[in-house]
Design a protein around this ligand. Structure first.
Ligand code: FMN
Length: 189
């Protein structure tokens, strides 16, 4: 087994609330972005972009989102959503991957979103390769139309992942994994 196979067979995310400084420096962030964008991309559309949300910006986004949340009706488990929003403030680095998928004569939007998902996964792997821990999160506000302006989303854009990156000494335990035989078949005809 190669080191890469071992890593891929055992990799895990770390909870964002366990991530502490240091996060990646500028050069490391550049490496993460290089790896993040080195993904399969049907039509070479590069249907994604990334935003780093520095701490002071996150504080503003957080405050605006909490204010929005407080004014929303029909919120399921409001305290849970308050806590989910608060997660924005913890990790030393928060990198947001945004799908910029658009109607295209040949490439379905679905495939463009898939490429954005691949970019999120590569971001996690790149962070790990540099010795950082990371977690891919979304939250209620990613799916709330009224939050789009706060999030700085342009027409049609969608957040694919809010990737929290940092350092953690906390050991990661295994979590239950799907039974391969239950999701893999060989077609017989
Ligand atoms: C698109 C997407 C969004 C996610 N959003 C959340 C989230 O909001 N909260 C959460 O606890 N986990 C979320 N997760 C799950 C975690 O990223 C991750 O699956 C979990 O921490 C365990 O992953 P691991 O197998 O890499 O260790 C999300 C995963 C994906 C793919």
């Amino acid at each position: 087994m190669t080191d890469l196979t071992h890593y891929m067979k055992t990799r895990r995310s770390s909870l964002s609330l366990t991530l502490e400084a240091p996060g990646p420096d500028d050069a490391q962030l550049r490496t993460i972005l290089e790896v993040a964008t080195r993904v399969p991309d049907h039509g070479k559309l590069a249907p994604w972009r990334f935003e780093l949300w520095p701490e002071h910006v996150r504080q503003d986004i957080h405050d605006d989102l909490q204010q929005l949340l407080a004014g929303l009706n029909d919120v399921t488990d409001r305290e849970k959503q308050v806590q989910a929003t608060r997660k924005l403030l913890h990790a030393p680095c928060v990198l947001v991957a945004i799908s910029t998928a658009q109607e295209h004569p040949k490439i379905p939007i679905w495939e463009q979103h898939l490429s954005a998902g691949a970019a999120c996964m590569n971001t996690l792997i790149a962070a790990n390769s540099l010795g950082f821990e990371a977690q891919w999160l979304t939250a209620w506000y990613v799916y709330e139309d009224k939050a789009r302006k706060i999030l700085g989303l342009k027409n049609g854009e969608q957040i694919a992942g809010i990737i929290h990156i940092g350092t953690s000494a906390i050991a990661k335990s295994e979590r239950p994994r799907p039974e391969i035989d239950s999701l893999f078949t060989i077609r017989e005809s």
